[in-house]
Design a protein around this ligand. Structure first.
Ligand code: NAD
Length: 239
C-alpha cells in the first residue's frame, strides 16, 4: 500500500500505460480518478472513478480537477499520460497535424500542470508526473511533431519543478522506450521490429514496467526527487 490516502488523477487512462498506472495505483491504496475521451478497454478496478477529460480543453481540465477536489477534497498526484503519435517528417507535416499533436501531447500537459498547481500550491504538496518519451531526448527519423511535443514536456517538467519547488510540489518526467500498447500495436510491424531491434534488451516493454516507475515518483519514497527524467527503455538511451 505505497499510495495509501493519495488522491490521483490520470489522463489517457482507458488503455495502455495509463490503464496500467490506474490499476497499479488502485492496488497500492490510492483513490484514482481515471480520465480519458473514451471508455476503458476493460472495466477499471473497483473504486476507480471514471471521468471524461479531453486534455486539449481548458474548460474540461477545470471541470475535471474541480470534480476531483469536490469529491476527494484534494489532489496529490497528477499523471499527464494522454498522448497520440504520428510519424510525418518535417517536410510532409501539415499545419493541422502539427497543431493537433501539440494540442494533445504538449498543451494538454501545460493545462494539466496549471490546474494541478492551482490546487497543490495551497496544499503545499503534490507530485506531477509527465509521460514524455525516449523521443523527448533523442531522435528517430520522422515523427517531427511528436519529438517537438515530447521534448517540450521534458523541459516544461524541469521548469515547473524549479518554479514550484518551494511549494512542496515535485515535477518529474518519465521516458518510456518501446512499450506494447494499443498505440504501438496500431503501428507498422516493420517500424516496431526496427525499434525493438535497436533496444539492447531486444524486447518490448510492458505497460506495468512504466507504471512501477510512476509509482515511485507518486509515492513519498521519492520525496527528494524533482526535475528529473526517469528513463524506462530497456537500455535504448544508454547506447
Ligand atoms: P494508448 O493509445 O494505449 O493510450 C493513450 C490514451 O490517451 C488513449 O486511451 C487515448 O484515448 C487517450 N487520449 C488521446 N487523446 C486524448 C485527449 N485529447 N484527451 C484525453 N485522452 C486522450 O497509448 P500508450 O502507449 O499507453 O501511451 C501513453 C503515453 O505514453 C503517451 O503520452 C505516449 O506518447 C507515451 N509513450 C508511449 C510509448 C509506447 O511505446 N507505447 C513510448 C513512449 C511514450
Amino acid at each position: 500500500m505505497r499510495l495509501n490516502n493519495k488522491i490521483v488523477l490520470v489522463t489517457g487512462a482507458a488503455s495502455g500505460i495509463g490503464y496500467a498506472i490506474t490499476e497499479l495505483f488502485a492496488e497500492q491504496g490510492a483513490t484514482v480518478f481515471a480520465s480519458d475521451i473514451k471508455a476503458p478497454l476493460k472495466p477499471y478496478a473497483e473504486g476507480v472513478e471514471a471521468l471524461d477529460l479531453d486534455v486539449t480543453s481548458e474548460a474540461a481540465w477545470k471541470e475535471a480537477v474541480d470534480a476531483v477536489v469536490g469529491k476527494a477534497g484534494r489532489l496529490d498526484v497528477l499523471i499527464n499520460n494522454a498522448g497520440i503519435i504520428a510519424y510525418e517528417p518535417l517536410d510532409e507535416l501539415g499545419i493541422e497535424a502539427w497543431n493537433r499533436m501539440i494540442a494533445v501531447d504538449q498543451t494538454g500537459v501545460f493545462l494539466g500542470m496549471r490546474e494541478a498547481v492551482r490546487v497543490m500550491r495551497p496544499q503545499q504538496s503534490g507530485s506531477i508526473i509527465n509521460i514524455s518519451s525516449i523521443w523527448g531526448s533523442a531522435a528517430v527519423g520522422g515523427a517531427h511533431s511528436y519529438h517537438a511535443a515530447k521534448g517540450a514536456v521534458r523541459n516544461m517538467s524541469k521548469n515547473a519543478a524549479i518554479t514550484y519547488v518551494g511549494d512542496g510540489i515535485r515535477v518529474n518526467s518519465v521516458h518510456p522506450g518501446f512499450i506494447a500498447t494499443p498505440l504501438t500495436d496500431a503501428q507498422a510491424a516493420d517500424l516496431n521490429e526496427a525499434t525493438i531491434g535497436a533496444t539492447p534488451m531486444k524486447r518490448a516493454g510492458r505497460p506495468e514496467e512504466i507504471a512501477y516507475g510512476a509509482l515511485f515518483l507518486a509515492s513519498d519514497e521519492s520525496s527528494y526527487v524533482t526535475g528529473t527524467e526517469l528513463v524506462i527503455d530497456g537500455g535504448y538511451l544508454a547506447q
